[in-house]
Design a protein around this ligand. Sequence first.
Ligand code: NAD
Ligand code: TDX
Length: 355
Amino acid sequence: MMTNFKKKILITGGAGFIGSHVIRLFVNKYPDYHIINLDKLTYAGNLANLKDIETKPNYTFVKGDIVDGNFMADLFNKHTIDGVIHLAAESHVDRSIANPMEFIMTNIVGTVNLLNAAKSSWKDNFSNKRFYHISTDEVYGSLSNEGFFTESTSYSPNSPYSASKASSDHLVRAYYHTYQLPIVISNCSNNYGSHQFPEKLIPLMIHNIKNNKPLPVYGKGENIRDWLFVEDHASAIDIIFHKGKVAETYNIGGNNELKNIDLIYLLCSLMDKKLHKPKDSSMKLITYVKDRAGHDLRYAIDSSKLQKELGWQPSLKFEEGLEKTVDWYLANEKWLNEVTSGAYQNYYTNQYEKR
Ligand code: NAD
Ligand code: TDX
């Protein structure tokens, strides 16, 4: 086994949706890096997401909570960490509306613990170190039908989730200005792809279509999101981690805006084909339900800075990415059944059936 790794990188939240794609990319692409995945394994963390790489010699999993400051300090004392890619978070807007405190603890307090652990273990000698914070376009608030979020758009978060992410972005930036901690931040639009927990729009709709359950559309379905295939987010993270400038922010987006209802129509017709159902049969499951509180109308990202300065491009067209995603969920019934048993049923009843 190789012991002289070139770099040791701590990736937090690596058992979640985006984190597992980032871990897979880094473990496979950089055999000379030692990748440590720190994850609490909340309802959203699932080691089954990483089965294909878990025995690789350059990968280590550590179960732990970023809210536990002593634990984080010990981890940094035990390993000589060169870089952090911080994805661990509570990530679902609806859960933040029902229970904001978890979001304050993990997204804000947890991020500060990580900043403190990195700062103190690096002992103010920051050469060749990097703290990369992964954030969201939701920190910029909501757009009307025109315009795009750029890196200089003012923050205007509207949900407890986005406010907690905005707060963590500010703290990360403050650690650069106050202590010169070499940080970089990216803000990405809505991701979709394999291994996404079926509380988020696309996998929830796939799961419900598959099981002939109602498809809950919030409000009129007119809200617009900009969708990016998760592996393209992972490739942007790779580029920004290696080439992004210290203290800069990079927006990441798919340039791919869709109204929720149009996306659901697309999914229905794709699933009808895949499941050999009569044309338009899934469409009949669409059910308009009470709108999300404070529902942001539109997100749209201008990612030209990342494209021009660092040469990143999304690789897939949305139709291709959506088909790949649907195929993955249909081929991975066991994964879907496991994550939708147990606690998921209580969540679903509270979120959709008791309202
Ligand atoms: P996810 O909910 O699928 O995964 C989050 C992971 O963090 C899970 O594995 C969970 O176990 C872990 N975690 C939660 N609390 C923790 C704690 N206290 N200590 C250690 N680990 C903990 O989330 P995701 O969709 O993969 O999002 C990952 C990151 O990307 C988040 O920071 C999110 O804000 C950001 N982001 C997500 C999207 C999106 O569309 N999903 C878009 C832009 C940015
Ligand atoms: O059942 C539903 N019905 C519905 O109409 C769900 C779950 C969602 N929606 C709507 C709400 C949104 O307008 O679909 C849209 C997408 O919803 P989510 O999948 O919950 O994503 P969103 O709220 O846009 O936030 C996502 O993108 C940014 C991620 O969850 C965040 O982690 C990320 O930061």
